[in-house]
Design a protein around this ligand. Structure first.
Ligand SMILES: Nc1ncnc2c1ncn2[C@@H]1O[C@H](COP(=O)(O)OP(=O)(O)OP(=O)(O)O)[C@@H](O)[C@H]1O
Ligand SMILES: [Mg+2]
Length: 326
C-alpha cells in the first residue's frame, strides 16, 4: 500500500508520517519510509541522531543507478540518460517489491530500529533551488516517482512517503501514485487552502484523499475543519506530549503514545487498507502513461533529444502478478 502525507509547511506531515510508520512497524508489517519533503526531517522524527540522519544516502544522487536497475533489459529505453522520472516500466523492466532485497534498497535504504519493529528509510536528499522547478529533469522527487511506478506492492505491506504538496508533484503525476493520500491540516484557513488546491488537482484522477486534522485543541477546531472539508475529514489529532518528549530527545517507548492518538493511527491504517479493494492496476498504468506523455511533450523530448513516447509499452500493465525480471 502506497501512502502519502502531504500538507502545508509545518502542519505536521513529518510528525504524523513518523507516528504512522512506527504504528505499522510495531504491527510487524514490512515498511519502507520515504522522506521526499523539502525539509528532510523524517529520519530525526524516527529517532535517528542528527549525524546519522544527514549521512543517509540521497536517492537524488543515485538516480543513474536507480534508472539502470529499473530499466533492466527494456528495449524501449535506450539508456539511463533518456529515462525521465515518468518513464513507465514495460517488458524487460525490473520491478520493486516492498519486502525484498534489491540493489536500489542496497544503495538508497537504511534500516531504522523502532520499538517493536523496524523500517527501511529512504531519503531524497536536501532540495536546492533548482529542484523546485515544475519540469525539472533532475528533480529529487523524480527518484521516488520512478520507484513508485516500478513498485508492485501487496496488501499489508507499506510504503509511506512524507512529501510536499508542491507544483512538482502535480506536474509530474506523483500525486496520483498513492492508494491513499493523507492531507495534514491545522484548523486554520491556510491549513485548509492546501486541501482545496489538492482536491482540485485530484478530482480528475480518482485520488483517494482524506484530511487529518492536526494540533486540534477542541470542539471549535473540529467544527471548523468539518465545515471546511466535510466528509473528507477522517480523524483529528491533538497536541501530543509523547511527540513533545521525543522532540526533547527523550523518546518514550511507542506503547506509551496517548490512547486517542493510537486510535487515530489505527483509523488511518484502516482507511488505507480499505483502498486495496479499489485498486485498479490498469488505471494506475494508464495514468502513468498520461503523465509521461505530458512530461515528454512539455520538456522531456527536447531535453533528451529522444521521442519519449516510444518508451511506452502498449501491452504492459503493472500488477502484483508480474514476475520481476532478473
Ligand atoms: N500532534 C502534535 N503534537 C505535538 N507537536 C506536534 C504535533 N504535530 C506537530 N507537532 C510539532 O510541530 C512542528 C512541525 O511539525 P512537522 O515538522 O511534523 O511539520 P511538517 O509539516 O513536516 O513541516 P515541514 O513543512 O517543515 O516539513 C514540530 O516541532 C512537531 O514536533
Ligand atoms: Mg516535514
Amino acid at each position: 500500500m502506497k501512502i502519502a502525507f502531504v500538507g502545508k509547511g509545518g502542519s505536521g506531515k513529518t510528525t504524523l508520517s513518523a507516528l504512522f510508520i512506527r504504528h505499522l512497524a510495531a504491527s510487524g508489517a514490512p515498511v519502507v519510509a520515504v522522506d521526499a519533503d523539502i525539509n528532510q526531517h523524517l529520519g530525526a522524527a524516527l529517532g535517528l541522531d542528527e549525524e546519522v540522519a544527514v549521512g543517509l544516502p540521497a536517492m537524488g544522487a543515485r538516480l543513474p543507478l536507480i534508472k539502470d536497475y529499473l530499466r533492466g533489459s527494456n528495449q524501449r529505453i535506450a539508456s539511463a540518460a533518456t529515462m525521465i522520472k515518468t518513464t513507465p516500466p514495460g517488458e524487460g523492466s525490473r520491478l520493486l517489491r516492498v519486502g525484498e532485497n534489491n540493489p536500489v534498497y542496497d544503495a538508497c535504504a537504511r534500516p531504522v530500529e523502532l520499538d517493536g519493529g523496524d523500517a527501511r528509510l529512504m531519503v531524497t536528499g536536501p532540495f536546492t533551488e533548482a529542484d523546485l522547478g515544475v519540469s525539472c529533469y533532475h528533480s529529487k522527487t523524480g527518484a521516488v516517482e520512478l520507484c513508485l511506478n516500478h513498485l508492485v506492492d501487496g496488501r499489508s505491506e507499506y510504503v509511506v512517503v512524507d512529501m510536499t504538496a508542491g507544483s512538482d508533484s502535480f506536474a509530474s503525476g506523483m500525486f496520483t501514485r498513492f492508494d491513499m493520500t493523507f492531507l495534514v491540516a491545522e484548523p486554520t484557513r491556510k491549513g485548509v487552502s492546501v486541501y482545496r488546491q489538492y482536491k482540485d488537482y485530484a478530482r480528475d484522477f480518482d485520488v483517494a484523499l482524506k484530511v487529518v486534522g492536526n494540533k486540534v485543541q477542541g470542539q471549535d477546531d473540529i467544527d471548523f475543519l468539518r465545515a471546511e472539508v466535510g466528509d473528507d475529514l477522517l480523524v483529528t489529532v491533538g497536541h501530543s506530549d509523547w511527540v513533545r518528549a521525543m522532540e526533547k530527545g527523550r523518546p518514550p517507548r511507542f506503547e506509551h503514545l496517548e490512547d486517542a492518538n493510537r486510535r487515530s493511527l489505527s483509523a488511518l491504517q484502516a482507511a488505507a487498507d480499505a483502498t486495496y479493494e479499489l485498486r485498479d492496476w490498469e488505471r494506475y498504468t494508464r495514468q502513468m502513461v498520461h503523465f509521461h506523455l505530458k512530461n515528454a511533450n512539455s520538456w522531456g523530448n527536447e531535453r533528451t533529444g529522444a521521442d519519449l513516447a516510444a518508451q511506452i509499452d502498449p501491452g504492459f500493465v503493472l500488477g502484483e502478478g508480474l514476475v520481476a525480471t532478473a
